[in-house]
Design a protein around this ligand. Sequence first.
Ligand SMILES: *Cc1c(COP(=O)(O)O)cnc(C)c1O
Length: 719
Amino acid sequence: MTNKREGYAGIDIFRIAAAIMIIAIHTSPLVSFSHEADFVLTRIIARVAVPFFFMCTGYFLIPGCTESRENRKRVFVKFLSKTGFLYGAAILIYIPVNIYSGYFKEKPIIINITKDIVFDGTFYHLWYIPASIIGFMIVYTLTTRLSLKKVFTLSFILYLIGLFGDSYYGISEKFDAANSFYGTLFSYFDYTRNGLFFAPVFIVLGAIIAKSKREYSLRKNLVGFALAFSALIAEALILHHYSLQRHDSMYIMLIPAMLFLFRILLIIKGESQKILRDISMLVYILHPLCIIFVRGFAKVLKLEVYLIGNSLIHFIAVTVATIVISVVLIYIKKQLDTYKRQSQPERCRAWAEIDMDRLKHNVNQLKLLLPHDCQLMAVVKSNAYGHGDIEISKSLNKAGVYAFAVATLSEGIELRNNKIKGEILILGYTHPDEAPLLVRYDLTQTVVDYEYAEILDSTGLKIKVHIKIDTGMHRLGETNDALTNLDRTYNCKNLIVGGTYTHLSSADSVEPSNIIFTKEQIKKFYSTLNYLKSHNRNPSKIHIQSSYGILNYPELDCDYARVGIALYGVLSKENEKTKIRAALEPVLSLKARIVLTKEIQEGESVGYGRSFIAVKRTKIAVLCIGYADGIPRSLSCGKGYVLIKGKKAPIIGNICMDQLTVDISDIPDVQQGDIATLIGDDGNEAITAEQVASLAGTITNELLSRLGNRIERVYKKVV
Ligand SMILES: *Cc1c(COP(=O)(O)O)cnc(C)c1O
């Protein structure tokens, strides 16, 4: 769909206002004080609410419909199934009230119910849902054949017909033909403000606004709205004065007023809030129930004089009750979803359990190591080393971490799309043509050398950057002694320099020669900084250390430390010596399910290339995890093992793309569906990521970052 649901703060906030207006329509807040004032509030002003919801449907769904056929069908089916489900649920909720009020006693029952389900709703407010379904189907069908303009014209004609059965009915009543026409219509439904006559025009209007893709001027639209809305009030008051209204939902001026209002709401940009959409929907469905509750409550507590007698208090009580109940329901659903996700490994094939409490523990441990002013910059590149970058970053935001590093532009965008807050530094190269995305998503780009700085600068965009200096790693960064180039880099007027950094190439080693090299790198970095400062260049925030930098050179005075692997509670290699031992806990465990077990005889082989040949009767188990999931193929043929029921089971034969085989001869009672641990604890045994990496001849960084996306991530946290 062309319409991403981002940045519709105005629309989302107005959904709540519109839902409250609908409560007002059904509770008449001002009626205790003035009938006229109440009429203006609930029969005129609040009448923008329902058209607004129709326009949202049109704005977000119809443009998608006019694209490819496949897309259209998907949008159609999704809308119908979602709205149909909602309608079914709403009908069920109100059945007890229907029974109580004698709804099912009115004859002819089948005809009544059919009429109500299709047009009028089985409870007084429910007409809106079938109206949106019918309106959507009409507009959807017409837009497949006709231009939006023509569809608007047709919908407008329908609206006019509806109008003369609604607030202009007093006029049509005077003509016999019209009278008998509307008489026929009203034998099918009670009102013309339904899916046939009322909804389509607003749905198309929403679609037209979405298609036009214009930037609207706030002033013009405010003026337009003020004029149209005043005219709307005048129109309604005149019709009311001459008692022409049979019903009071449809006015001519409602159409221009809604056009301007919707545009104004679109101008108000900002984060979209799904919770506001959910609340408004629940408020709409549940408020009549809350009206009944508030009345019952008032009777029980003998507070009728206030809670019912005073219309304003009544309205406020109903509104508060409805919103509270809606928020509670949303909270319960969220908890249930979390619970469902946590218990899902029951069905998973292969999964990684990610322990968020351990992540938080590691953050706290690392913060203790860092100098007071040094902030943790969480390195979440490559899907947070296989841990799931979105969930990890969200959790880190909650733990007070507001600086992130990723390797690529798309990783940065993904974080922003998931509302991750704070600075996001791209450590790698981004093509200069993509520079607008850096700005749009508020990402900070690493300046990889002087030439790159000039190209970024020449885009004319104000780009946030950290400048990287190469002090001996000889990967990214402008060479530390290319002082003229560095000087020019800081002179680029379009680059907003937020930091300067370097990367150490052997911070992990405690070998004397490597320590000398590292200290040399650090010295070069600081002397370059001094040169820059003496030439009035501002390096801004500085950073040097990654995980091992902190563990071996904790004393460095920096503004950030870019921590990756240590955050996830593991070191790169087994039994590595570091100057400081931090009490880190591994965040990830890796599990896979046993597909089946079988016995093979002496001389029989297992897997591709027959690399395993049984020397005796052997019991084997097949696991559903393979090298495509990130299990190094080098663990084949007995190099690696897994844990089953707290015991070691060696990997036999060659690891396949999606499966591998283990020897379980020494483990009794292994069954289909049992769980094997590839990384983590199992009973009294444990197998660490460091051990697996070492057996595979690699480092944990590679092992973890290669865990594939077929592995489900199951997040464990204290709810
Ligand atoms: C990946 C990376 C880090 C993080 O390294 P760890 O050893 O995992 O802490 C830090 N800085 C740069 C430039 C990196 O590329």
